[in-house]
Design a binder for this molecule. Structure first.
Ligand code: SF4
Ligand code: SF4
Length: 194
């Protein structure tokens, strides 16, 4: 006769009671279920969420279209096309320096939020926010364009294209050797003069 045909006293009586014991004890413990999406819990401060393309204090874009982020990405999720800035009368300036990111896309169907791209960025143009709600009901909307990723304009910033507005020269601009643009703004006045 097989061993399983003769359950022991423990298997027959104590084991089922022990199982119910776990259920019974758990009934009196504090509930840990999170009521998402009705209650949103804060993330860890360094949580890797949606990316952001940052700006200089006058509103110019920090991205110089160098594509280093795209090369660093293990998931091939970033697409960048650079273009030249120009201070000529018929030209446009979107960032300090020679070039800017004319096209910038991140494909969140591919991105694994590893953060290698932000480590590769030489200008700290690309950082990551704590925003984690990156779901949608179609694939196209999960390819974020530059307009979706650019940081909002803060008080004192002006929508590019416009010349570099702060500091006495490029060195002062990059080193931040200027008074912070006042809301409203000192930067705007310099811009209209330049
Ligand atoms: S977080 Fe990682 S996977 Fe996502 S775009 Fe950056 S490098 Fe690529
Ligand atoms: S985000 Fe940074 S690394 Fe990527 S293209 Fe712009 S400047 Fe280069």
């Amino acid at each position: 006769m097989a061993e399983s045909d003769n359950p022991t006293f423990k298997e027959q009586f104590l084991d089922p009671v022990a199982g119910f014991g776990v259920t019974f004890r758990t009934m009196f413990k504090k509930v840990v279920t999170e009521q998402y999406p009705f209650e949103k819990m804060p993330t860890a401060p360094r949580f890797h969420g949606r990316h952001q393309l940052n700006r200089w204090p006058d509103g110019l874009e920090k991205c110089i279209g160098c594509e280093l982020c795209a090369w660093a990405c293990p998931a091939d999720a970033i697409y960048v096309e650079g273009a030249s800035n120009s201070d000529a009368a018929d030209g446009e300036r979107f960032s300090p320096g020679e070039r800017y990111g004319r096209v910038y896309q991140i494909n969140y169907l591919r991105c694994i939020l590893c953060g290698l791209c932000i480590e590769a960025c030489p200008t700290r143009a690309l950082t990551m926010t704590n925003e984690y709600e990156l779901a949608d009901n179609n694939r196209a909307d999960l390819i974020y364009e530059k307009s979706d990723l650019l940081a909002p304009l803060l008080p004192g910033m002006e929508q590019p294209p416009h010349p570099m507005m702060l500091g006495d020269d490029e060195g002062a601009y990059y080193r931040g050797e200027f008074a912070a643009p006042a809301p409203g703004s000192a930067a705007s006045q310099q811009g209209s003069e330049g």
